[in-house]
Design a protein around this ligand. Structure first.
Ligand code: GDP
Length: 444
């Protein structure tokens, strides 16, 4: 997600970083580029204007110009403004009500509504231990009700038994009744999809809302449709009281225009992002984290601070030089792992290091400090050639290394995956001018 915007903004900040002090001219020039970057990301024009105006206003203030670290401040201002644009705070689902809480799902056909219904049900069941009942009110599309039933089986969530010929309002009433009788915590109503915003189906949606008085009305929209998604949200919002938006297919959305304009244009919070076809590929939408991701820096500030305390200066410079050439090999990973142990283990570092969060996810929750020792052993069992050229590691070599280190091929693969994730993060840092460049940018 957001790769293109990330790249563009990275370039803008890189140029700002090169300056000792910023004058108004510098800021205005940078903001012109930010404006182009946002427009290229397909963000709605009024939103872009407002964004650039606010950032310029805050950046051109005296305190910034006199500051010793102007680059840092501009990045921070852009970061804060992005967060605000995305909606500031993460919006929880309003389901802490006398049960059953009713969640009504609405959206155009093909937006991913039914899949998202099952994904949210799975989340509520797994993470919040809720007893969830799903019901499909889609009597228009053949097999829509069966589709939800099938998904229900996959995520092990009950679906309302199908009664042929029953109409949406009746199904909604039956779902609520069943939920009350069988003490479900949450009822999810998957309403009929629409090909476009059509009046008859809008009336049906309102009628369902009237009998079910939902606590949440979530609109599912496809982020790949960009500004159309925002217009769809506006149209739906005029017909029914939406409480939130779910943006699907964020996994394929390199531009992010819908996500970036949605809150500002519709006033509705984005509550979830769909990030893949699998039923666990959904994430609560945290504006702050998303802004951080767009700027692509993780908590690099924190990392630079800690690292500068611990790591010998020349070692850091050698690493920075290697990173600048895009050569982060297994030897470097080993050095990093050993430093991590020194710096307070993984617990202290995960999330601070760019790429570590993903790497941690790749390790599937096994990221304790024993893992560090195991990873060290795996690298120890590689030949010097393999260490400097990890792409040599084929199946045969992996088996040998696993044997040599007393681990499994799976462990070896995890380490390789981690190395790849970190290399990718390093490349990104390289674009920002290397670790040294980052340190300079953050005024260290
Ligand atoms: P509906 O007509 O709105 O109910 O749409 P469906 O739930 O049937 O989904 C349509 C297609 O989109 C299916 O193939 C889903 O697997 C796919 N889909 C849904 N959400 C996502 C997502 O977040 N990412 C990706 N890549 N595909 C998704």
């Amino acid at each position: 997600m957001f790769e293109k915007l990330s790249d563009r903004l990275g370039g803008v900040f890189d140029r700002l970083r090169g300056r000792g002090a910023l004058n108004e001219q510098d800021v205005r020039e940078a903001m012109r580029e930010v404006r182009v970057a946002l427009l290229e990301a397909d963000v709605a024009l009024p939103v872009v204007r407002d964004f650039v105006e606010k950032v310029t206003e805050k950046s051109v203030g005296q305190s910034v110009l006199k500051s010793v670290t102007p680059g840092q401040q501009v990045v921070k201002i852009v970061n804060d403004q992005l967060t605000e644009m995305l909606g500031s705070e993460a919006s929880e689902l309003n389901i802490a009500v006398a049960p059953p809480a009713v969640i009504m799902m609405v959206g155009l056909q093909g937006s991913g509504k039914t899949t998202t219904t099952a994904k949210i049900a799975k989340l509520l069941k797994g993470k919040q231990n809720k007893k969830v009942l799903m019901a499909s009110l889609d009597v228009n599309r053949p097999a829509a009700q069966e589709q939800l039933a099938t998904l229900g089986k996959q995520v092990e969530v009950t679906t309302l038994p199908i009664i042929e010929g029953q109409q949406p309002v009746e199904i909604a009433k039956r779902a609520l009744q069943a939920a009350k009788l069988q003490s479900f915590d949450v009822v999810m109503l998957d309403t009929a999809g629409r090909l476009h915003v059509d009046q008859q189906l809008m009336d049906e949606m309102r009628a369902v809302a009237k009998v079910s008085t939902p606590h949440e009305v979530l609109l599912v929209v496809d982020s790949l449709t960009g500004q159309d998604a925002v217009n769809v949200a506006k149209n739906f919002g005029e017909q029914v009281d939406l409480t939130g938006i779910v943006l699907t297919r964020m996994d394929g959305d390199a531009r992010g225009g819908a996500a970036l304009s949605m809150r500002a244009v519709t006033g509705k919070p984005i509550k979830f992002a769909g990030v893949g076809e699998k039923l666990d590929q959904i994430e609560p939408f945290h504006p702050e984290r998303v802004a951080g991701r767009i700027l692509g820096m993780g908590d690099v500030v924190g990392l630079v601070e800690r690292a500068s305390e611990m790591v010998q200066k020349d070692e850091a410079e050698a690493l920075a030089a290697k990173m600048a050439k895009g050569q982060f090999d297994m030897n470097d990973l080993r050095t990093q792992l050993r430093q991590m142990t020194q710096m307070g283990g993984l617990g202290a570092l995960a999330g601070m290091m760019p790429g570590m969060k993903k790497a941690k996810a790749a390790m599937a929750g096994q990221m304790d400090d024993k893992v560090l020792v195991r990873m060290d052993a795996i690298i120890g069992s590689m030949t010097p050639k393999e260490r400097s050229k990890p792409e040599l590691l084929n199946a045969k070599r992996k088996i040998r290394i696993a044997k040599g280190s007393g681990t499994t091929v799976q462990d070896v693969n995890k380490l390789i995956k981690m190395h790849q994730e970190m290399s990718r993060a390093m490349k990104r840092i390289k674009k920002m001018g290397g670790l040294k460049g980052l340190a300079a940018m953050f005024g260290k």
